[in-house]
Design a binder for this molecule. Structure first.
Ligand SMILES: NC(=O)c1ccc[n+]([C@@H]2O[C@H](COP(=O)([O-])OP(=O)(O)OC[C@H]3O[C@@H](n4cnc5c(N)ncnc54)[C@H](OP(=O)(O)O)[C@@H]3O)[C@@H](O)[C@H]2O)c1
Length: 213
């Protein structure tokens, strides 16, 4: 069983990943600015209030861990639509060299369908919505993916489709071949299932699968 740092652990996919990693028997360090409010109590869970943009806090959070799940998100709202986003690239530019320096090899990274070379695989409605609402966030996720791909780490980049709050089904598609890439819905719980499975599987190393149900 691994000792896993989950960054962006207080809500959404990150929190689901904390729950499922604990259920799988891993030790979890759960980091987010509001980590103190994580509503879980477990002997193998350590919460760590900290900012992914604080290099010292990130270095300290890596102490003793075997793998990192990065599940950051920006708040939906006017800022995300109107202003450039830097969270994904800036935090990754801190995390990757810190992992390399610490000798921690495994990074399981979450971006989304539309990042990197999956951008042109959406239908016309998706591309319109994408350009209106998600452009800034995904321009930054593009840079995030480049930093991860250029690293010496053992990485996986998961690109889920449109997220729902549905239950974990375990019945979802992992589309590795670009010819299969398309958007669809998937629950945060199923995305978390995929992320947790990558902690001790090499199947998707250095790949960028799209996840849909
Ligand atoms: N919505 C969709 O349909 C969709 C589709 C594909 C991909 N995605 C992507 O999936 C990801 C997860 O989305 P989600 O809705 O499940 O999660 P979310 O609600 O956006 O949660 C984001 C997490 O990141 C943490 N965070 C944000 N800034 C941080 C910072 N500076 N330092 C440390 N932690 C920070 C938040 O905690 P604190 O605020 O406490 O720090 C929170 O735990 C996002 O990147 C999103 O773009 C979304």
């Amino acid at each position: 069983m691994a000792h896993v740092l989950i960054i962006g652990a207080s809500r959404g996919i990150g929190l689901e990943t904390v729950k499922q990693a604990l259920m799988a028997g891993h030790r979890v360090r759960a980091m987010a600015r509001s980590a103190d409010a994580i509503p879980l109590d477990h002997a193998d869970l350590e919460t760590r209030a900290g900012d992914a943009l604080d290099a010292e806090a990130v270095r300290e959070s890596l102490d003793g861990v075997d793998a990192v799940v990065q599940a950051l998100g920006v708040a939906a709202g006017p800022d995300m639509i109107l202003k450039p986003v830097r969270l994904f690239s800036d935090s990754t530019a801190i995390l990757v060299p810190a992992m390399e320096a610490a000798g921690i090899r495994r990074l399981i990274c979450l971006t989304g369908f539309g990042a990197g070379d999956s951008r042109d695989h959406g239908n016309i409605l998706y591309l319109v919505a994408f350009n209106l609402f998600l452009r800034h966030a995904y321009n930054d996720k593009d840079v995030q993916e480049i930093i991860v791909r250029r690293s010496t780490l053992d990485w996986v980049i998961a690109r889920p489709g449109i997220l729902t709050n549905g239950p974990k089904t375990g019945d979802y598609r992992i589309l590795g071949d670009p010819s299969e890439w398309r958007t669809g819905f998937i629950s945060r719980a199923d995305v978390a299932d995929f992320l947790v499975r990558q902690i001790d599987s090499d199947e998707w190393l250095r790949k960028t699968p799209v996840l849909i149900s």
